[in-house]
Design a protein around this ligand. Structure first.
Ligand SMILES: Nc1nc2c(ncn2[C@@H]2O[C@H](COP(=O)(O)OP(=O)(O)O)[C@@H](O)[C@H]2O)c(=O)[nH]1
Ligand SMILES: [Mg+2]
Ligand SMILES: [Zn+2]
Length: 338
């Protein structure tokens, strides 16, 4: 396996000039074991237990890692892009979804699944990760007016391309390939049942990823894709299918929201106050007349969510610091005075 073909470049090479260990890429994670693609082929390895002790990153799909004597993963190389969310529930930590993704295909079905507010959240997730978002409106065969929804979606995509396709009928699917080239990595993300595995199989030209049978109950259901796997596509690009997410809490800085709401950011240049929050201030240009009302509500909601996250992170950091000081004090007391 040629490393360049699986995404290797100078960014990673620069990080391992003086190491005796060999680099490899995580292509599949299953039951605590990692399938690592390497120059000589692939290995099935555990992660080195000391990674957690040393406070190092835990390997994730798409990561480049260093392999110690063919026996375990010794470290994870710095990530070029980082697709992550806040840990579900009330925990205040980052949860990696995928690493080193260049293009993120955000898939939603043009059936009951379509939800512009959720798409905004995905656009933010992608922009924060460093990957380029492409919005894929699948199941266009089930929709009476795919072109109207496509142009509506373009208004909220902040410049991200929007494609309407039908994975089962096979139309539009090949256009996805225009956004990725050999050695580049893409990921499919979106609700369970949106058609991610069907798209992956269509691009692969072979049924490699299990898809869900349509249930009579509706178009939403349990997900079948629980493992994360990287596939080499016939054109030399790399594609992974991510499991459907039930919850997508942001892991994003408040100052980064505006770049995913370009229309609002552009209007904001005409607000009277530079620090206008667009929440009823005098001379605000981001009015309900100028911008779709539910999009504006969504913007405020995401802004609040990001601010709350920063606040939680600060409290969390302060608690850790307090713990650390206590431990130092304890060890000083334990040491006999000379
Ligand atoms: N009508 C229609 N059904 C589709 C399309 N793409 C996928 N499906 C169906 O939607 C269901 C869920 O697809 P799947 O690929 O498993 O979704 P995933 O959970 O996102 O991986 C399957 O029954 C697919 O056959 C499409 O373009 N049109
Ligand atoms: Mg799937
Ligand atoms: Zn304003």
């Amino acid at each position: 396996m040629d490393l360049q073909q699986i995404g290797w470049n100078d960014f990673f090479a620069d990080q391992c000039r003086d190491t005796p260990y060999l680099p490899g890429r995580i292509a599949l994670i299953q039951r605590g074991y990692f399938t690592v693609w390497m120059k000589g082929g692939e290995l099935l390895l555990p992660a080195n237990a000391s990674l957690r002790r040393r406070g190092c990153d835990w390997p994730c799909i798409g990561d480049w890692v260093l392999v110690q004597e063919g026996s375990s993963i010794a470290s994870v190389l710095a990530r070029r892009t980082k697709l992550s969310r806040k840990q579900p529930g009330s925990q205040v930590g980052e949860q990696m979804l995928a690493a080193n993704v260049d293009v993120l295909f955000v898939v939603s079905g043009l059936d009951l699944d379509y939800n512009p507010r959720r798409l905004e959240r995905y656009v933010l997730l992608a922009n924060e990760s460093g990957a380029r978002p492409v919005l894929v409106l699948n199941k266009a065969d089930l929709c009476d007016e795919p072109s109207r929804i496509t142009s509506e979606t373009r208004k909220i995509s902040s410049g991200a391309p929007v494609l309407a396709i039908s994975a089962t009928e096979g139309w539009g699917v090949s256009e996805l390939a225009d956004y990725i080239g050999p050695g580049q990595t893409a990921a499919l993300i979106g609700s369970s049942g949106a058609g991610k595995s069907t798209i992956l199989n269509a691009l692969l030209g072979a049924p490699r990823q299990r898809t869900r049978q349509v249930s009579e109950a509706g178009s939403r259901g349990r997900h079948t894709t629980t493992q994360r796997e990287l596939f080499v596509m016939p054109d030399g690009s790399l594609l992974m299918d991510l499991p459907g997410l039930r919850e997508l809490q942001l892991w994003v800085e408040p100052g980064h929201i505006d770049s995913s709401f370009r229309d609002i950011a552009e209007l904001a240049q005409h607000c009277r106050f530079r620090n206008c929050t667009h929440d009823g201030e005098p001379g605000c240009a981001v009015t309900k007349g100028a911008i779709n009302e539910s999009r504006l509500r969504s913007y405020h909601k995401l802004q609040r969510e990001a601010e709350r996250l920063t606040w939680q992170q600060n409290i969390h950091a302060a608690l850790l610091e307090k713990k650390r000081i206590k431990a130092v004090e304890r060890s000083m007391r334990a040491r006999p005075a000379k």
